[in-house]
Design a binder for this molecule. Structure first.
Ligand SMILES: [Zn+2]
Length: 129
């Protein structure tokens, strides 16, 4: 087989592990949710005649609840109306795919920091029996 990839480009083409790929997919959704949330935040603050929070650095977003600024890997995806499935029973790969599918289906999702999500999760946490 002919190797068409120049050796200098090798590092960029190194295949990712499934775990890394899942983490990337999850972070892309977090970024999208943060961007949408930030837009709504700016609109609301501007309408109220207030100064919106500053734009975050690349790779950072605000928690939709407490407005803490966190890196995407530290923000968690939350179902606003509560999650209907058990996250512990689904692996990272399938979880990322599921979040994306739900997002595309119009399920209300938002990015929360760990402490907000932990607090929020308790309201909805139900043991699957
Ligand atoms: Zn928070």
């Amino acid at each position: 087989m002919i190797d068409l990839v120049p050796s200098a480009r090798r590092p960029y083409n190194r295949p990712k592990t499934r775990q890394q790929y899942a983490a990337d997919r999850r972070e892309k959704l977090v970024a999208l949710l943060c961007a949408r949330d930030y837009e709504a935040h700016v609109t609301a603050r501007t309408a109220a005649g207030e100064e919106p929070d500053p734009v975050t650095g690349l790779g950072y977003g605000y928690c939709a609840k407490c407005r803490a600024c966190q890196s995407f890997d530290r923000l968690e995806i939350d179902h606003e109306a509560g999650c209907t499935w058990d996250k512990r029973k689904v692996n990272a790969w399938r979880r990322a795919a599921r979040y994306w599918r739900e997002h595309e289906e119009g399920v209300a999702l938002r990015a929360l920091c760990r402490s907000c999500n932990g607090r929020d999760g308790q309201r909805f946490r139900r043991r699957a029996t």
